[in-house]
Write a protein that binds this ligand. Structure first.
Ligand code: SF4
Length: 234
């Protein structure tokens, strides 16, 4: 079984390769301030970054600060974010979140995980994105790509994002947390797809135990035999 030290060494080799592959890996969301990345990340739940980037220019222009969101009619926010899905909930969360920023944080986006996750619509994942992108505070954001690749790479056996986050934090040096996140997301989108990972063309294949892949590759057992009632079998 691989020791913690061996895992760290393997992670280092993987990072060196991914860094070369994705030198410009960064969030695809467009933003110019902590508030904008907070709003964009709330909108990105169950939605692609591309679609979020389509709605945020008009949204950010109409609502340039927390006061504008906090005093807005919900319908107006809803209309502007409609195409991102779950727009009613998102609009409600955005307005409540901005109200709380005014009431509890002097209108500023706070810089701690605990304060961020106390805001409406802000989970651990969103909070880590905001901390990393807006304030350069390292954190690991376990989205669907990061979770999947971490399991395939043998860095975590967990499905729970918080547990995956802890496993990764123990293996990856803090200075690489934000970049590592982006590298896994880019690699997940480009090569290590959820249904069909392209292991033959993967630059890190020799460092990857392909843990979930081997399980996925197994054909599902089908029991086509007619069921025999217990009393008939006797
Ligand atoms: S070798 Fe396969 S499972 Fe491992 S990271 Fe590459 S594509 Fe994903």
């Amino acid at each position: 079984m691989e020791t913690g030290a061996e895992k760290k060494k393997r992670a280092k080799r993987i990072m060196t390769i991914l860094q070369k592959l994705y030198p410009k890996a960064q969030t695809a969301l467009h933003f110019n301030s902590p508030l904008e990345i907070l709003i964009a990340t709330i909108l990105s739940a169950q939605c692609t970054d591309k679609r979020v980037n389509q709605v945020t220019p008009s949204l950010f222009q109409r609502f340039p600060n927390v006061q504008a969101y906090a005093t807005a009619e919900l319908e107006e926010i809803e209309e502007l974010i409609k195409t991102t899905g779950f727009f009613r909930n998102k609009a409600k969360n955005i307005r409540s979140c901005c109200l709380q920023l005014i009431e509890n944080h002097g209108g500023e986006v706070p810089q701690s995980l605990a304060e961020l996750i106390a805001l409406p619509g802000v989970g651990r994942k969103t909070a880590n994105v905001v901390l990393g992108e807006a304030f350069d505070i390292p954190g690991i954001t376990v989205d669907t790509h990061v979770g999947r690749l971490s399991r395939r790479l043998g860095f975590s056996i967990h499905l729970d994002p918080v547990k995956v986050e802890k496993d990764l934090m123990a293996i990856i040096p803090e200075s690489n947390w934000v970049s590592f996140n982006h590298w896994l997301i880019f690699h997940g989108r480009a090569i290590c797809h959820s249904r069909k990972p392209d292991c033959d063309n993967c630059a890190i294949t020799k460092h990857c135990p392909k843990i979930i892949t081997s399980k996925l590759a197994k054909p599902k057992k089908r029991n086509n035999q007619p069921k025999i009632k217990q009393n008939q079998a006797k």
